[in-house]
Ligand binder design. Structure first.
Ligand SMILES: NC(=O)c1ccc[n+]([C@@H]2O[C@H](COP(=O)([O-])OP(=O)(O)OC[C@H]3O[C@@H](n4cnc5c(N)ncnc54)[C@H](OP(=O)(O)O)[C@@H]3O)[C@@H](O)[C@H]2O)c1
Length: 406
């Protein structure tokens, strides 16, 4: 990316997944700072009504809807892009500077890689980008950063994190803690977890957990998939793998601490014993905005944390006996990209089956372990993008139906 070249100096943004939880909150941020950002492209899956409403308000140049049959009433000047490469086309448009990825699933992996190669900054909430494709996307981000550093070491785009920007609140917190810190000062990363709604539920009650109960997250309001992942702690396991790729830190130096109030979003322990944390209210508009404005900070509509009202903050170790998904994910990360790609594909199947009531709550980690065992060690060579997409399909097909035995 060169400096923004829109006529009025605004950064030009393509938003993938604009109708989802992350997508709508991103639209809030972009609308609040319309003097800084121009929305050039929007994409959603099936929610034609929301895409249409957003297009009428934001007047992007292009939109894409994965549901090709649905019709859209678009404003003059907005074109509909069709076809299986629609996301990639939007993400690599010449008039786009920033790509924000708010889709779930592996669908945005190819567009993310293509956007980085085309010199776009990518801010991503999407887990697959790093859990399945961390070895690919970080290589691209490092290459772009090295090119900048060779020309000017002080260029703000001379670091990989400036190219592949995390939106997940935990990774944003770590990123914020690392600003201005030398790499060799890092001792450990500390990811916080709310613990979900079943933090104190005994293991023998897990089989009776219903989707309705699991969808009630105690602190965050998010899409259904990530809410169930928070209840099983699979989400925290996926975040350990994401942190490994983003910050180039070994699995043995990434801790998870349960913090039910979700005020401390994560922390970094430095070699001198200093622990630096980022605190905030549970509002994704803060990390979304930071990913867009780093290293600058702008006023946000999100409420500030009130430490006096919080009164006390609790921390405890995670119980991997009751929440084995955390252990399984960490092991998958250590095994390598095949295992972590199998894990995240399996997790999507497991959560969908739990929500469909064809799998009980303890069945989710059972399915994850079965998928990692079966597909995790398939080849010593790290998978390329085509292999990742094929592996994703294979894992989904293998576990879509039928009983899951340990
Ligand atoms: N929600 C959070 O607070 C949060 C926090 C951290 C990380 N994340 C991660 O961010 C990602 C998104 O989460 P979410 O909670 O926002 O999910 P969500 O509410 O389910 O939204 C997913 C979005 O992706 C769109 N989409 C699906 N398939 C698509 C396709 N083929 N082409 C274009 N768009 C497509 C959906 O469109 P339709 O709705 O129109 O089908 C929707 O806009 C996930 O990876 C999640 O783990 C979320």
């Amino acid at each position: 990316m060169s400096s923004p070249s829109s006529a009025d100096g605004r950064l030009r943004v393509a938003l993938l997944g604009s109708s989802g939880s992350i997508g709508r909150q991103t639209v809030d941020v972009l609308e609040a700072h319309a003097d800084r950002f121009e929305v050039v492209a929007l994409a959603t899956g099936r929610n034609a009504a929301e895409l249409q409403a957003q297009a009428q308000r934001l007047r992007p140049k292009a939109v894409a809807l994965a549901d090709e049959i649905a019709t859209l009433d678009l404003p003059t000047g907005t074109t509909r892009v069709r076809g299986e490469d629609a996301l990639l086309e939007l993400a690599t448009r010449e008039d786009v500077d920033y790509v924000i990825v708010g889709t779930g699933g592996v669908v945005s992996l190819r567009p993310t890689l293509a956007a980085l190669r085309a010199g776009k900054v990518v801010a991503t909430a999407n887990k697959e980008t790093l859990v399945a494709g961390g070895h690919l996307v970080m290589a691209e981000a490092r290459e772009q950063a090295a090119r900048r550093a060779a020309a000017n070491a002080a260029d703000p785009l001379a670091t990989p994190l400036a190219w592949l920007r995390p939106i997940d609140s935990e990774h944003s917190a770590i990123w914020q803690c690392l600003v201005g810190e030398p790499r060799n000062g890092i001792a450990r990363l500390v990811l916080t977890a709310s613990g979900g709604p079943f933090l104190d539920t005994p293991a023998d009650a897990f089989a009776a957990i219903t989707p309705e109960k699991a969808l009630k997250h105690p602190t965050w309001t998010m899409g259904a998939k990530i809410t169930i992942d928070s209840a099983t702690l699979a989400n925290k396991g996926l975040e350990v793998i994401e942190a490994h790729w983003l910050y180039d830190v070994g699995y043995d130096a990434i801790d998870v601490v349960v913090h039910p109030q979700s005020v401390v979003h994560s922390a970094v322990l430095f070699v001198d014993g200093s622990l630096k944390a980022q605190l905030g209210t549970p509002d994704m508009r803060i990390p979304i905005q930071y990913a867009l404005t780093h290293p600058d900070r702008l006023v946000s509509p999100a409420a500030a944390p009130d430490l006096v009202a919080a009164a006390h903050l609790d921390f405890r170790a995670p119980d991997e006996g009751r929440f084995p998904a955390l252990r399984i994910a960490r092991e998958a990360g250590r095994m390598g990209p095949h295992a972590s790609a199998a894990l995240i594909a399996a997790d999507e199947v497991a959560v969908a089956r739990f929500l469909d009531r064809t799998l009980d709550f303890p069945g989710i980690p059972r399915l994850l372990e079965a998928a990692v065992t079966r597909f995790g060690g398939s080849s010593p060579q790290a998978p390329d993008i085509d292999e990742l997409v094929a592996l994703d399909r294979e894992v989904r097909a293998a576990f879509a139906t039928g009983p899951v035995t340990p």
